[in-house]
Design a protein around this ligand. Structure first.
Ligand SMILES: NC(=O)c1ccc[n+]([C@@H]2O[C@H](COP(=O)([O-])OP(=O)(O)OC[C@H]3O[C@@H](n4cnc5c(N)ncnc54)[C@H](OP(=O)(O)O)[C@@H]3O)[C@@H](O)[C@H]2O)c1
Length: 300
């Protein structure tokens, strides 16, 4: 099969759409023929060598943490899904013709392949953040970084729970935030004052998505430091915020089932920009720019 790959660390120019060994579904896994796979910032952190701990590149690196496609292998112990089913979910090395998923949900027939692919990592991460923050109907929450992959899904999932959402973005994305139901505020200097004005006081919870605002500022908006949960600022724990990387606190199958239902009901709408796999470098240049509106998705 073919897969997106790299053999040296660097910029998007190191990526190549080339031959790779076929993966197979192990126990508890399924394999899909990939119809679409999304770009997540962790992918470029991988090929840029940011996550290598200073070690030199060894062997070939592959990319992708989510995808949508048609099931063509079912691993031992898996029930409730069959060869030929349309699914989306999370796995490793998904930016390829075939990929193994560890968690998945049925793709609603009305949902486009690219949108379903975009919902894997962003959907699971948004569900995890909102669950850890215990967001309920009537709460007001601040999503810091509301226009990107995770943020835009979190905004809509919170609204679907009956919460009121204030979200930050650049000025250019304020209309988009309004479109998905949030009250927009500009990030950067003065963001605390703007959130207090938009929310009418403190908020019940802060989902610290982009990881760029000083954590102390966000803690000042919440009833207690632990009501700030971050997925991107791993030092924020020192100030009392909670950091989640998606280990034991992840409930991926339940999260993806919830995401599928919201997608089918149009309560969750994901804006996607698509690229063929052999133009993946263009998509990654946009992702590395850090000013996403929705998700970037690669198509075979
Ligand atoms: N720990 C986990 O489990 C986990 C899971 C998924 C993602 N992540 C991490 O979470 C981060 C966000 O992921 P993503 O997929 O949502 O990224 P993304 O799609 O690239 O979106 C990034 C968003 O950040 C916003 N932003 C840029 N500068 C900002 C600032 N100073 N303050 C607030 N927002 C700002 C941008 O808004 P504008 O476009 O309006 O500038 C953009 O919409 C990444 O670092 C990613 O690696 C962690």
């Amino acid at each position: 099969m073919r897969a997106l790959q790299f053999t040296v660390y660097g910029g998007p120019e190191v990526l190549e759409w080339g031959d790779a060994p076929d993966p197979h579904a192990g126990p508890g896994q399924i394999r899909i023929a990939v119809r679409a796979a999304s770009v997540n910032p962790i992918d470029w952190k991988m090929f840029a060598g940011v996550l290598s701990g200073g070690q030199p590149m060894v062997g070939t690196g592959y990319l992708g943490y989510d995808a949508a496609g048609v099931v063509d292998e079912v691993g031992d112990g898996v029930t409730g899904v069959s060869v030929g089913d349309d699914v989306f979910g999370r796995g490793r090395n998904t930016q390829a013709e075939y990929a193994v998923l560890d968690s998945w949900a049925a793709k609603p027939p009305s949902v486009d392949w690219a949108v379903a692919a975009a919902a894997g990592v962003a959907g699971e991460t948004a569900e995890r953040g909102l669950r850890l923050l215990d967001v309920e109907a009537g709460d007001t929450i601040f999503v810091d970084g509301g226009a990107g992959g995770v943020g835009a899904v979190a905004v809509q999932m919170a609204i679907a729970r009956g919460a009121r959402v204030v979200a930050s973005s650049s000025e250019a994305n304020h209309d988009y935030l309004r479109e998905i139901g949030a009250t927009p505020v500009l990030y950067g200097d003065g963001v605390v004052t703007r959130v207090l004005a938009a929310a009418g006081g403190q908020v019940d919870a802060v989902f610290y998505v982009a990881g760029k605002t000083p954590v102390e500022d966000l803690i000042s908006l919440a009833p207690e430091p632990s009501q700030v949960v971050t997925i991107a600022n791993y030092a924020a724990g020192q100030a009392g915020a909670r950091v989640t990387g998606g280990g034991a606190d992840s409930r991926p199958m339940a999260a993806l089932a919830q995401v599928a239902e919201l997608l089918a009901q149009n309560k969750l709408v994901i804006k996607v920009q698509t690229f063929p796999f052999d133009r993946a470098a263009d998509a990654y240049r946009i992702s590395q720019g850090g000013h996403l509106r929705g998700k970037l998705v690669l198509l075979p």
